[in-house]
Ligand binder design. Structure first.
Ligand code: CMP
Length: 133
């Protein structure tokens, strides 16, 4: 089933100058890039985007980090886009992510983990609307 997902190249990866390598991987994995833009989230926007995590102990730190510099957001389409992008990203914690995954390759910590992806069709709908209307 063709579906859409929302990907983010996070501020740590932008600072590391690996935008190009991550986008190359996205294209190599067969995703169509339907939308792409650079955004510098405000703290309020980051808090809204990660609202589902509002009660987690890492919420403040995560939203500070996500508003610390520009990110690149992408609207992606592919067969099983949500699951496939999550496989390409790897586990949330780069130390647990399999070799060859983006988080293993470019992530620094469980928070500064280089990339984000929607985790369900409902989340994808919310996250795509958040950035692409
Ligand atoms: P992401 O896929 O963007 O979704 C939520 C983010 O919260 C996650 O990637 C990490 O950046 C961050 N996160 C998840 N778990 C933790 C944790 N235990 N400590 C700090 N940050 C976390």
């Amino acid at each position: 089933m063709t579906e859409r997902t929302l990907a983010i190249i996070k501020p740590d990866a932008v600072r590391k100058k690996v935008i190009g390598r991550i986008i190359q991987r996205i294209e190599d994995e067969g995703f169509e890039i339907l939308g792409l833009k650079m955004v510098h989230l405000t703290r309020e926007e980051a808090r809204k985007f990660y609202y589902v995590h509002k009660d987690k102990p890492f919420y403040e730190s995560l939203t500070d980090f996500m508003s610390s510099g520009p990110s690149v957001v992408l609207l992606l389409e592919r067969e099983n886009a949500i699951k496939h992008w999550r496989e390409v990203m790897g586990a949330t914690d780069p130390a647990q992510a399999r070799p060859g995954t983006l988080r293993r390759q470019f992530g620094f910590s469980i928070e500064r983990n280089a990339v984000h992806g929607s985790d369900s069709p409902q989340t994808a709908e919310y996250e795509i609307a958040f950035f692409f209307g």
